[in-house]
Write a protein that binds this ligand. Structure first.
Ligand SMILES: Nc1ncnc2c1ncn2[C@@H]1O[C@H](COP(=O)(O)OP(=O)(O)OP(=O)(O)O)[C@@H](O)[C@H]1O
Ligand SMILES: [Mg+2]
Length: 351
């Protein structure tokens, strides 16, 4: 079973949008398996999109999060921390189609929750607690909350694929998402700051060589390594919205040459930080063809899809209402092109 974290340490690169489109399309294409989105971002953007988008998605999310035992990531993490168990998943997820009939029946959501931000200090304190002699290491126990969930899904009767949406800051809840994931989908933009983001991504996951003399032992990477925790491998870098800047270029032009070089350089040094079995001597073009995908700008179709919580596969050429405008035109070519791009990414995700 694979769990994909959609993560980039850089904000606004399209993590939540990609979670929404890729998870819903993957579920449509794999009706025999169950698909779970875990939204570990307190902004809860992908949850709102999945729950119907716009004001409706926001209202439904509020309903899930505001009960005494929230049906959200906050409910799940609280149960795991308080009772030191792998919680009963059914208490914390929803079948999305019961809230948004545009979604396939095999798609489930553990909703994001604004209270995750308020809860973070409590999680940090619990992880930092000095262990009592002979008892479990709290740092490890806390960081394994979602790893344990994946193990329980893996040993259950159903076949699951999990997508975890993340927050750009490397906060405690991002660490939990990273520890729960086996693979990374990394959305990037076509700008040069993406090169810096690639460097940061590997430093956060694996540390630097040599470790920093002052804070090197305090990092997530050092603590995870000390405890033998697995960190996820890069499965795909997604050049998002690149047509906005570059026109219909080849896939490996999805981001700047400097970003591509940075990724390829990392691969040559540490091929084990990537999924698959591409030989470390692989040339740059071969590498990019394996690990880079493009996602075009969705234009108006994307705005409408987000506003109505509707996957592109369910949209038709028509006039849609968005906010106060009842006549937003979405044309068939836009829908078709967008869906084609999503399908190329979905094809790279193993069921
Ligand atoms: N392929 C795309 N085409 C058109 N618009 C897009 C595309 N991808 C993302 N956007 C838009 O860009 C903005 C940022 O996207 P999104 O919220 O998905 O980013 P994010 O990485 O989740 O942000 P954050 O770091 O704040 O969580 C949104 O307004 C979204 O609608
Ligand atoms: Mg987001």
């Amino acid at each position: 079973m694979e769990a994909y974290a959609i993560w980039n340490n850089k904000g606004g690169t399209g993590k939540s949008t990609i979670t929404f489109h890729v998870a819903s399309r993957f579920a449509e294409k794999n009706p025999g398996s169950k698909v779970l989105v875990i939204d570990l971002c307190p902004q809860a953007n992908s949850s709102m999109l999945l729950l119907g988008g716009g004001a409706e998605g926001e209202m439904k999310l509020l309903e899930l999060c505001s009960s005494a035992n929230p049906r959200s990531v906050v409910g799940y993490i609280s149960d795991a921390l308080l009772n030191r168990v792998t919680p009963d998943l059914t208490k914390y997820i929803v079948q999305i189609s019961t809230h948004n009939d545009q979604m396939p029946d095999n798609l489930y959501l553990m909703a994001g929750d604004g209270n995750l931000e308020l809860m973070a200090p409590a999680i940090i304190d619990e992880a930092a607690r000095t262990p009592l002699p002979g008892l479990d290491d709290p740092w490890k126990a806390v960081h394994k909350i979602f790893t344990n969930l994946m193990s329980s899904l893996e040993s259950g009767p159903d076949s699951w694929t999990v997508f975890l949406d993340t927050n750009p800051s490397f906060s405690i809840y991002t660490e939990l998402a990273i520890c729960g994931a086996s693979r990374l989908l990394v959305p990037m933009n076509a700008d040069d700051s993406s090169r810096v983001a690639v460097k940061a991504l590997f430093a956060l996951l694996h540390g630097t060589n040599p470790p920093h003399p002052f804070f090197g032992n305090y990092t997530f990477a050092a603590k995870a390594k000390l405890r033998g925790l697995n960190v996820p491998k890069v499965h795909l870098a997604i050049g998002n919205r690149f047509t906005q800047y570059k026109g219909a270029a080849a896939a490996y032009k999805a981001f700047s040459d400097a970003t591509a070089d940075q990724l390829y350089n990392e691969f040559q040094l540490n091929p084990d930080r990537f999924t698959g079995d591409l030989h470390e001597d692989a040339g740059k073009q071969e590498f990019l063809a394996s690990y880079v995908a493009e996602l075009r700008d969705f234009n108006t179709a994307g705005v409408v899809a987000a506003h109505h919580g509707t996957p592109l596969s369910r949209m038709k050429q028509d006039y849609y209402s968005v906010h106060d405008d009842p006549d937003v035109k979405v044309n068939a070519a836009q829908i078709r092109e967008g869906l084609k791009a999503i399908d190329k990414i979905v094809a790279k995700i193993d069921p």
